[in-house]
Unconditional design. Structure first.
Length: 439
């Protein structure tokens, strides 16, 4: 006898042409213990328990959406989960069911983390469900989101071997052709989860170029910068494995064979010492540290002049002074010292005491007094140890300067994407659509 999935009496999952419970293929069954009141009926599924990965992802998704989902939309989310299980049991072969179920759950969870509206999260849960199953049970908005995502997926974007200009044209056509950012987020979430899934290596390699040159830029325009950088890195690994491995070796040599975790711990300790000293001197601050990604180094290598050292900022420490312009001015009046020069001097004394030297080929770069043409403002000092190991770029800026550098016209990712003209998806789409009309 087959496993029965008994849907809620008021559930929109009950197809228009039948009132019978859905029959699925025979399996030994165990009730899912992570269903919640007013969400799901008696769902029977083999060998899944709340401590399993599927249960944990589902719980986290429910928690993420609990604040902005009404009871009605929670019910729709549960209905989507029911359809996903039925579709999986019927159509996915033995051994791959859990992977496919987990993939869709992870897409929904990521969209929830991004703060997407309920229907977008629900569409994410249904991202691989055949369209005929979706149209039978869900309203037009969810169906429309998935159909438009399918249309984007059909775009013939053959990026491998194309020039950068051709890749940019492909991306620009994609931005101009779809005006709903939620559709782009839906597709981006699907690609993002695929790229990080070891069980989907073949598909990951197929979409890697598209993710690297199109989707990651869209995510930046949609203010999902950190996810965009993660996507760039994993897509670069899939698309250019030899180049990725080359930079992996270069970073290992530069950092004395220390792994990323140990390097970040070392940078963190350096930052905490300097931060504590600044606070004692009345300078409120926060700090960031990072090891430059392989893809960013590769892009810099492509763009820099021949012979220029692009590894000097492979490790970065950034101090953000949490004081407004008036507070900074008052501090300088009280201490009779320019604040940026004071902090840079403190940093130099500290790093020298710890065994670093300032890079003899790189003077301090005071972009605060002398901003770049794109408005970028920051104060940079380069350090290294003997034999040019452990290079560190020490950067200073105010919170206002930081926001401009991260999201404004001076955003550092725009340095790589020189053809991006506007600061947001909507502004860029309008710009590109206008350009298309002119042509």
């Amino acid at each position: 006898m087959g496993v029965r999935i008994n849907l809620l009496k008021e559930s929109p999952l009950r197809p228009k042409d039948t009132s019978s419970p859905i029959e699925v293929a025979p399996r030994s069954a165990a009730a899912l213990p992570f269903s919640t009141p007013n969400m799901v009926g008696d769902i029977l599924l083999s060998s899944f328990h709340s401590e399993d990965l599927v249960g944990k992802i589902w719980k986290e998704t429910v928690e993420l959406v609990s604040t902005n989902f009404t009871n009605g939309t929670k019910q729709k989310l549960a209905d989507a989960f029911n359809v996903l299980i039925v579709k999986g049991l019927i159509e996915v072969g033995e051994g791959s069911f859990q992977d496919n179920l987990t993939h869709n759950l992870q897409v929904a969870r990521l969209l929830a983390k991004w703060g997407c509206e309920p229907d977008v999260v629900i569409a994410g849960l249904l991202t691989e469900v055949p369209m005929e199953n979706v149209t039978s049970f869900f309203d037009e908005h969810i169906v429309d989101l998935l159909k438009r995502k399918e249309n984007l997926s059909r775009e013939e974007l053959q990026l491998t071997g194309n020039t950068q200009s051709e890749r940019n044209d492909c991306r620009n056509r994609l931005i101009a052709s779809e005006d709903n950012p939620n559709v782009h987020l839906l597709k981006a979430a699907d690609e993002y989860i695929t790229l990080f899934n070891p069980a989907r290596k073949t598909k990951a390699k197929r979409i890697a170029m598209h993710a690297l040159y199109v989707t990651s830029v869209l995510l930046k325009l949609l203010k999902k910068e950190e996810f965009a950088y993660n996507m760039e890195e994993i897509a670069f690994h899939h698309a250019y494995p030899e180049e990725y491995d080359r930079w992996e070796g270069t970073l290992a040599e530069l950092n004395g064979k220390k792994d990323k975790k140990n390097m970040l711990e070392m940078l963190d300790a350096l930052c905490k010492d300097i931060s504590s000293y600044l606070i004692k001197n009345g300078i409120k601050n926060t700090f960031q540290k990072r090891i430059k990604r392989h893809y960013a180094l590769w892009v810099n290598e492509e763009q820099k002049k021949k012979g220029e050292d692009i590894t000097r900022d492979a490790n970065q420490i950034r101090f953000i002074i949490e004081m407004d312009d008036e507070e900074i001015k008052q501090w300088e009046t009280d201490n009779k010292d320019p604040i940026w020069i004071f902090i840079a001097t403190i940093a130099k004394d500290y790093f020298v005491a710890q065994g670093w030297i300032t890079n003899p080929e790189r003077d301090d770069r005071n972009y605060i007094a002398n901003p770049k043409t794109n408005g970028y403002r920051s104060y940079h000092v380069s350090f290294e140890r003997e034999k040019r190991n452990f290079p560190i770029s020490f950067q200073l800026r105010s919170r206002k300067m930081h926001e401009q550098a991260e999201r404004g016209k001076a955003a550092h990712w725009r340095y790589k994407e020189k053809d991006i003209k506007r600061a947001s998806f909507e502004e860029e789409r309008r710009y590109l659509a206008g350009d298309s009309r002119k042509k």
